[in-house]
Design a protein around this ligand. Structure first.
Ligand SMILES: Nc1ncnc2c1ncn2[C@@H]1O[C@H](COP(=O)(O)OP(=O)(O)O)[C@@H](O)[C@H]1O
Ligand SMILES: [Mg+2]
Length: 331
């Protein structure tokens, strides 16, 4: 079935201008370990979409196909302002595809690579939006399992109170579905191991708290500029997630109050029982630790004043993280 792979394995330029399942491919947006994402035109509804074509080897994996169908449906059923809406998921010529809202902007991976760690306020704003998306998914019985900066898309927000709008994407596409261990047949893990929870590694049943862990790794990196664990090889990294303590966030960000270390340590606990029960309780605790703000609102604490003052007075040469996320142009 030579046609099966032709959609995917051809040079990206070969697909430009072609029609696939009612979508005309306009240009490649990017590619991850398992898929290529294109900007495309939905010919039926005359609108721009992001069309994701999954690697043909995934379509051949029955477990993956079942999960893909099940979870794409479940994700499409969630109507949430911070989850990328899925318009359609299906199969054509042996290739699985997903059509979803095209998010004009950047993903958090690119943002961190280009700009370095974020200042506390944008980091907390993005964290709160993604936390509400994850909690909503968990309420629907969905566990994301692949929370990572590349799956967080950041678009321009509506106004100065909401400078950015963050979306979570890629439910049901976890590499874990490739096999029980998450390794492909050639023994290579597809994708990053920076955000994988200890219980995912040991093959225990997972629930929403595995996303609390992955999400906490992402927020750690958003603030520190590096994930909680960095090791020379994959096995050492898997070991670290299971047995090592993450270095305190304040090692990388001495400007943040030590209470933030306590909150991160709890959200990165090895046992799910020791973590926050939801992503939003984690973010509320982090906000309180970093700014003194409680959801109910009360007078600022000494810590909040210290953070606020340092932000106002600031160093003469502001560090990179002190720059706004959107500085004039697009990141
Ligand atoms: N709905 C979307 N709108 C715009 N860009 C998207 C959308 N979905 C994914 N992308 C971009 O496509 C690229 C590849 O995505 P993906 O294949 O999921 O890889 P990964 O998640 O591993 O980065 C990413 O850079 C991402 O920013
Ligand atoms: Mg992705």
């Amino acid at each position: 079935m030579a046609r099966d792979t032709s959609l995917f394995s051809g040079r990206p330029s070969e697909l430009i201008g072609r029609q696939i399942a009612g979508y005309r491919i306009e240009r490649e947006i990017g590619r991850g370990g398992m898929a290529v994402v294109y900007r495309a035109h939905d010919l039926r509804l005359d609108r721009t979409v992001a069309l994701k074509l999954l690697a043909p080897e995934l379509a051949r994996n029955d477990t993956f196909r079942r999960r893909f169908t099940h979870e794409s449906r479940a994700a499409a059923a969630i109507d949430h302002p911070h989850i990328v809406p899925v318009f359609e998921a299906g199969e054509t010529d042996g290739v699985l595809y997903i059509a979803m809202r095209y998010v004009e902007g950047s993903d958090l991976r690119h943002l961190l690579d280009r700009r370095g760690p974020l200042a506390p306020e944008p980091a907390l704003r993005i964290a709160a939006q993604i936390a509400s998306a994850l909690d909503a998914a968990h309420d629907h019985g969905l566990v994301h399992r692949d929370v990572k900066p590349g799956n967080i898309l950041i678009a321009r927000g509506t106004d100065s109170d909401h400078p950015e709008h963050a979306y979570l994407t890629d439910f049901g596409l976890t590499k874990k579905s490739l096999s029980l261990t998450g390794f492909t047949t050639v023994g290579q893990f597809v994708g990053t191991l920076d955000y994988v929870a200890p219980e995912q590694i040991s093959g225990k049943p997972v629930d929403g708290r595995c996303d609390v862990y992955g999400f906490a790794c992402v927020i750690y990196e958003t603030l520190a500029g590096r994930p909680p664990f960095r090791r020379d090889d994959d096995m050492a990294l898997l070991w670290a997630h299971q047995y090592d303590q993450p270095p305190p966030l304040t090692e990388a960000r001495p400007d943040l109050p030590p209470n933030a270390d306590t909150v991160l340590a709890k959200s990165l606990a090895k046992s799910p029982d020791d973590r926050y029960g939801t992503c939003l309780t984690f973010v509320s605790a982090l906000r309180e630790a970093m700014t003194g703000d409680r959801p109910g609102g009360h007078a600022p604490t000494q810590v909040a004043l210290r953070v606020a003052n340092s932000a106002v007075a600031g160093p003469k040469q502001p560090p990179p993280w002190a720059q706004p996320v959107f500085r004039g142009g697009w990141p």
